[in-house]
Design a protein around this ligand. Structure first.
Ligand SMILES: Cc1cc2nc3c(=O)[nH]c(=O)nc-3n(C[C@H](O)[C@H](O)[C@H](O)COP(=O)(O)OP(=O)(O)OC[C@H]3O[C@@H](n4cnc5c(N)ncnc54)[C@H](O)[C@@H]3O)c2cc1C
Length: 460
């Protein structure tokens, strides 16, 4: 008796040819993301090249009740792309065309497999840029939409949510729809665009994205400054935000993460102590003024070592070190895996959340550097999982404590990484049973057969 998935593979080969494959290495590559969830092989991998192909493949999967897991670059951190019930891993990396850029309107339309670096290289000559910059350059903008991603610039330019105005989506039954549009605002109908932003491949496949762009700032200045205590660094963040200084980036690194970054990225002139990295954007005069205000506030909390870098190469080096923080943390203990926590709290609770997290780490006996987009109230720890039988259980225990504190402080278990498998257990506590039931109803209405990325977001 042929399996339903074999019927899909055979029928899809008629229009995908060799782009639907059961090649062992490719199935293995699509069996996991950048996480500690156990890998599961998909039955096949399909490389689609158009929205219509995505829709046709979904119609087949819907007809045969076969699971589909959209796959961008597989950089997500919560088991999002693991095909826990097998089926088809639908790879969007070949949908990587930049379809349209309008400099006068400062917007663009791209396919979902375009990466942020690819888009920014394309835009540079037009004086425009796309600001959302997760710590890995490989991720696709479709994946960023699906996980509601953000980065170091979110405090100034918003997350992916604020920058997307419309989508093309292939629905589980094979319909292809367009949501939203190009205008900065619209007051018509339900906001389906933002229903799909953060839906983690559980509602459909995003194939095209309409987005806002931003002008490359006339002037930019970056600096690192260092503190005697983590408390001083966190209180500086809160004071700068409460004063309304329009900082473009403000990242916190505790002494462990700072030590890791110095070693990994060969940073000079900095010590392994709690540190803040800043960046300001604007006109030369406004940047100078913002930098001066921030420096005065930080100095009030004992900051030292401000060295402002206006040169692009120097700024790049500092931010590359920040983007490499995850790999720097892993390099601290070779042979350990990493679990990246992602708590976020209201700004006024940031000190309680981070200092409490530091106590939890000490009590756990594990190594867990802290780094984060503190300008949004979001911070990560990279919990280094010891290669021992109880290592993973101890790491998850620490993650749960950090999440519990964030929720008690009115925060969220994930500021940007999403739910996937790893954060499902917190969703009811965070949103409440009735709200979760409404989310489930939406899922059932759009994906009645439950073929889209099953086993994610909801516990069962
Ligand atoms: C070192 C490192 C640093 C990171 N730093 C950050 C950070 O600063 N900020 C941040 O937000 N994240 C960060 N991440 C996490 C990750 O990069 C993001 O979650 C990213 O958005 C995932 O993109 P991707 O293309 O790899 O998606 P994938 O991992 O391939 O997929 C992620 C989820 O989206 C779904 N999906 C993918 N593409 C589509 C599509 N076109 N349509 C529908 N569903 C789709 C998948 O099914 C899956 O559920 C980091 C990861 C690493 C490894």
């Amino acid at each position: 008796m042929p399996r339903p998935v074999d019927a899909v593979i055979e029928a899809a080969a008629a229009f995908l040819g060799e782009r639907i494959t059961v090649n062992a290495a490719l199935r293995d590559h699509h069996s996991h993301g950048q996480d500690t969830q156990p890998p599961v092989l998909p039955d096949a991998v399909a490389f689609i090249e158009t929205s219509e192909e995505a829709a046709r493949l979904l119609a087949l999967c819907h007809q045969h009740n076969v699971p589909v897991v959209p796959f961008g670059a597989g950089t997500s951190l919560e088991g999002h792309v693991t095909p826990v019930r097998g089926g088809i891993s639908l790879d969007l990396s070949r949908m990587n065309r930049i379809l349209e850029v309008s400099a006068p309107d400062m917007d663009c339309r791209i396919e979902a497999g375009v990466t942020r670096e690819q888009l920014n290289a394309h835009l540079r000559d037009q004086g425009l840029f796309f600001p959302v910059d997760p710590g890995t350059a490989a991720c696709t903008i479709g994946g960023m939409c699906a996980t509601r991603a953000s980065g170091t610039n979110a405090v100034r330019y918003g997350t992916i949510r604020e920058n997307v105005t419309g989508l093309t989506v292939a629905l589980p039954d094979g319909r292809l729809i367009r949501t939203g549009g190009r205008t900065r605002k619209s007051a018509t109908g339900y906001d389906l665009t933002h229903l799909f932003i953060g839906s983690e491949g559980t509602l459909g496949v995003i194939t095209e994205i309409q987005m806002r762009l931003h002008g490359i700032p006339e002037a930019a200045s970056a600096a690192a400054c260092q503190f005697a205590t983590l408390k001083d660094a966190v209180e500086t963040v809160i004071a700068i935000l409460q004063c309304g200084i329009p900082v473009a980036r403000m990242e916190l690194l505790d002494e462990v993460q700072m030590g890791a970054c110095i070693a990994y990225s060969k940073l000079t002139g900095l010590d392994p102590v709690p540190s803040l990295f800043f960046e300001f954007h604007g006109t030369p005069a406004s940047v100078a003024e913002q930098a001066k205000q921030a420096e005065e506030i930080a100095e009030g909390f004992g900051a030292r070592g401000f060295q402002w870098a206006t040169d692009e190469a120097d700024r790049k080096k500092l931010w590359q070190a920040r983007h490499d923080a995850y790999w720097a943390a892993l390099a601290l203990k070779p042979g350990h895996k990493g679990i990246a926590t992602d708590a976020i709290v209201p700004i006024s609770k940031l000190d309680e959340a981070i200092l409490g997290c530091k106590e939890d780490i000490a009590a756990s006996g594990l190594s867990a550097p802290i780094v984060g987009h503190v300008g949004d109230g979001n911070f990560h720890t990279v919990i280094l999982v010891p290669p021992e039988p109880d290592g993973l259980a101890r790491a998850w225990d620490l993650d749960r404590k950090i999440v519990a504190r964030a929720l008690a402080l009115g925060g969220s278990c994930s500021g940007e990484h999403g739910v996937g498998i790893g954060k499902r257990e917190f969703l009811e506590q965070e949103h409440g049973a009735e709200t979760l039931a409404v989310m489930r109803s939406l899922k059932t209405a759009i994906d009645p057969r439950g073929i889209m990325n099953p086993g994610k977001m909801f516990l069962n």
